[in-house]
Every structure is written in C-alpha cells, then in structure tokens.
Design a protein around this ligand. Structure first.
Ligand SMILES: CC(C)(COP(=O)(O)OP(=O)(O)OC[C@H]1O[C@@H](n2cnc3c(N)ncnc32)[C@H](O)[C@@H]1OP(=O)(O)O)[C@@H](O)C(=O)NCCC(=O)NCCS
Length: 173
C-alpha cells in the first residue's frame, strides 16, 4: 500500500458560535467544541484512509481561552502518523473576533481513529509521509503519544513502550 502525504488529510472547518452553543457565561460549551473537533478529525482520517473510520480515543483537551458568542471557530485537523489500522490526528483550534479582527488560540488535541472495513473490522491504512519540519516533529512524537494512550487504556504493558522508556531512562553505556 502506497503512503500518503500529511497535507492530503488537511481539513479546515469553520463554525460561528450561536446562542444555542453557549453556556451561561456566553462562551462556547466545551462539549459542542469537542463534537465539532470529532467531526473534523473524522474528515481528516477518512481523507487519509479513504474508508470509514471511528474514534478510538481522545487525548487530554485543555481549554486555554473561551470562545465568545458570535465569534468564529477555526478547526484545523491533519493526520500526524498512521500505524497498522489506526491514525493519530492533530487538531488546532482558534477563535476569531471578526468585528475586531482579532484571532486567539483556544486549544489543541490529539484524536486516534481506526479504519474499518465493510464488516466493521479494523483494516490496514496507508503509511503517512511527513514533509514539513512541523509534520516531521509530530510524526516522531506520535509513537510515544501512542504508547502513553495504549498504556493508559490497558492495551500495552509499560515494559513494551521502548521509545517512551528511552525518554526517561538514561542510556546504558
Ligand atoms: C476502536 C475499536 C475499533 C478498536 O477495536 P479493537 O477490537 O480493540 O481492535 P484492536 O485491538 O485490533 O485495535 C485496533 C487498533 O485500534 C487501536 N486502539 C485500540 N484502542 C485504542 C485506544 N484506547 N487508544 C488508541 N488506540 C487504540 C489499536 O492500537 C490498534 O491500532 P493499530 O492497528 O494501528 O496497532 C473498538 O474498540 C471500537 O469499536 N470502539 C468503539 C468506537 C466508537 O464507538 N467510537 C465512537 C465514539 S463512542
């Protein structure tokens, strides 16, 4: 199976925060944002594997800055690395006060999606080819982030996480 470039999965999604999307403080609700992020991640993973895919896990999401009612939400999603049947997707979110021409960072997160065949079983995905410096860094870190999430979900023993261990253990000479 031929590899695909990271840029081929790039997904850009925009929404405007309406009253029904907000909490009592007039800010975008976290749950609504996560819903939009899940959709953007699904589009990015589907572009990479060209088949149906499903959310397997979502890493920590910290909400740095609230997005206000009437502001525009920008979500950018791109696959960072493909493994056997799973793909890691990096999402960047920022808000925009269009009237005052001001943009601000909101959050970023990593989602993992698994490609599924017609019977709903995980299926192989193409390798990911990183091109830019940023894509290369995200690609390298993806292996360690995968090990953290598989350990936390009980799918990997800490002893098996070689790249993660290498970060914390001094190399033997
Ligand atoms: C995600 C799912 C398809 C994985 O199925 P599974 O039977 O555990 O399959 P496997 O153990 O063979 O894992 C398949 C891949 O998923 C990855 N995976 C499984 N659980 C994971 C987790 N918690 N975090 C990250 N990756 C995970 C595995 O590492 C594997 O990736 P790889 O093939 O690239 O190595 C299955 O758990 C599922 O259907 N979950 C429900 C998903 C869903 O409903 N999502 C919508 C939100 S509710």
């Amino acid at each position: 199976m031929e590899g695909k470039k990271a840029i081929e999965s790039l997904t850009v999604m925009n929404e405007i925060v309406l009253p029904n999307d907000t909490n009592v403080f007039g800010n975008l609700m976290g749950g609504r944002l996560m819903y939009w992020m899940d959709i953007a991640a699904a589009m990015a993973s589907t572009k990479h594997c060209n088949s149906a895919s499903m959310t397997a896990s979502v890493d920590n999401i910290s909400f740095k800055t609230p997005i206000k009612l009437g502001n525009v939400v920008h979500i950018e999603a791109k696959v960072t690395r493909a493994f056997n049947t799973s793909m890691e997707i990096h999402l960047k979110v920022w808000g925009e006060d269009v009237l005052n021409q001001h943009q601000y960072e909101s959050n970023e997160a990593y989602f993992t999606f698994v490609a599924l065949d017609a019977t709903g079983k995980p299926k192989s995905v193409p390798a990911l080819i990183p091109e830019t410096k940023e894509e290369q860094l995200l690609y390298e870190g993806a292996l360690r982030r995968r090990q953290v999430r598989l350990i936390l979900s009980g799918k990997m023993k800490p002893d098996e996480a070689a790249e993660l261990k290498a970060l914390f253990m001094p190399q033997e000479v």
